[in-house]
Design a protein around this ligand. Structure first.
Ligand code: FMN
Length: 181
């Protein structure tokens, strides 16, 4: 039976590039025979984290937090898709991670970043530290998608998303395989 894999879209701003990248990753996964669904933080729309104590000590007791916890708990593996904002991860993604603790422990996860400077390598560095702290198991190759002037048209849409992302295909399938083990 195929594993229940989910991809967390970390950025929530209007006109984000995250969505076409996420859709391409889901299509690529499906073509390779993996069941990968989206956890879009824009749609999930968690209220800003304001718990009285760290979820390391007490789970957040709101309906939104419980629904978010259930989504993470039921996944066999998670892909984190992160943008790079000011050399780190978007606040929306950090907040969503901060909401939980126990659900992250021992969860198999992988990271895909994108960005202009080094494909979001600095975001991946920070995310790795955070994910290690909440005791996830990071598996598979690290993937960084580099954006260049040639990536977008005048409307800042992907000119040719297959050309822009095609180079990561093998590494992405290796991530999905590692998450499915
Ligand atoms: C607030 C902000 C800060 C950014 N900082 C960086 C950065 O540090 N490094 C980088 O490579 N790109 C940076 N960028 C450009 C993003 O890589 C690019 O806009 C990307 O599309 C953002 O992801 P999103 O479209 O999914 O929000 C920044 C963009 C924003 C909006």
């Amino acid at each position: 039976m195929s594993k229940n894999l989910k991809l967390i879209i970390g950025s929530t701003r209007q006109n984000r590039n995250a969505k076409p990248v996420a859709d391409w990753l889901v299509k690529t996964a499906s073509e390779a025979g993996y069941d990968l669904s989206l956890l879009d933080l824009k749609e999930i729309n968690l209220p800003k984290f304001d718990a009285g104590v760290s979820p390391m000590y007490a789970p957040v007791d709101t309906p939104e937090a419980k629904a978010w916890a259930a989504e993470i708990a039921e996944a066999d593996g998670l892909v984190f898709l992160t943008a790079e904002y000011n050399r780190s991860i978007p606040g929306s993604l950090k907040d969503a991670i901060d909401y939980l603790y126990a659900e992250w422990n021992d969860k198999k996860v992988s990271i895909v970043s994108y960005g202009w400077i080094d494909g979001g390598g600095s975001a991946t560095k920070h995310l790795t530290e955070i994910l290690n702290w909440v005791k996830t198991k990071i598996v598979g190759p690290e993937i960084a998608i580099p954006f260049t002037e040639a990536t977008f048209d005048e409307q800042f849409q992907f000119k040719d998303i297959d050309a822009a992302l095609g180079g990561i295909k093998d590494d992405f399938i290796a991530q999905l395989e590692a998450l499915s083990q």
